[in-house]
Write a new protein. Sequence first.
Length: 221
Amino acid sequence: MSNRTISEIHFEKLCANRGVVCEHIPESTTKSADYRVSLGSTTLITEVKQLDPNDENKKFGEVWGTPQSPGAVAPSDRVQGLLDDGYSQIKRSSEGKWPTMIVVYNNSGEWNWIDTFTVAKAMFGSYGIVLGLQPDQTIDEIGRGYLGQRKVTKDTFRSLSAVGVLKHTGLDVLELCCYHNPFANVPIEPILLAKLANAQYIHPNPHDRGFVPWEPKQIET
């Protein structure tokens, strides 16, 4: 096995802490996912990705915590890129038989804030408001929802069951928040994923017409 990334080390430790068996998938000539995770009788194919510092992040690091400190940002485009990178790997390794998950770990500085909005935008696209001209020439809001740059739809990314966000919260505590794909061909049962996840969310109708909320709903397990 090649040298593990910090995100892989943390994910393996999370599994060990939760008493979950995590088996590394041997590397081959074709790119495969990182792990087979055993959740009862279910195998969860998992790819672990990390957001590493880019040039802009390195500049932020020089002034973070000072009066010149930038505000936190939601790196949705970069997270979407990680989903793109990992998708073919989980699809190939799952062979359409097992549920899958892409786990994202922020290794690029605390000013990159990966929250529910960041993940929802990365999965379902940019969120916006639709305005319409009425017969009396007034302009009203006629809808709001995910309008563009969609990644996860009823026709695309259906081999992805869930997105996980792994966080190292200090004092050696690891947490995993998971976001289910409502269009997944092979979903992962929330009760099983609760063995790993601190919190789980789902957006049941992200591409409905009309007024669609931006936030996913939390799943109680």
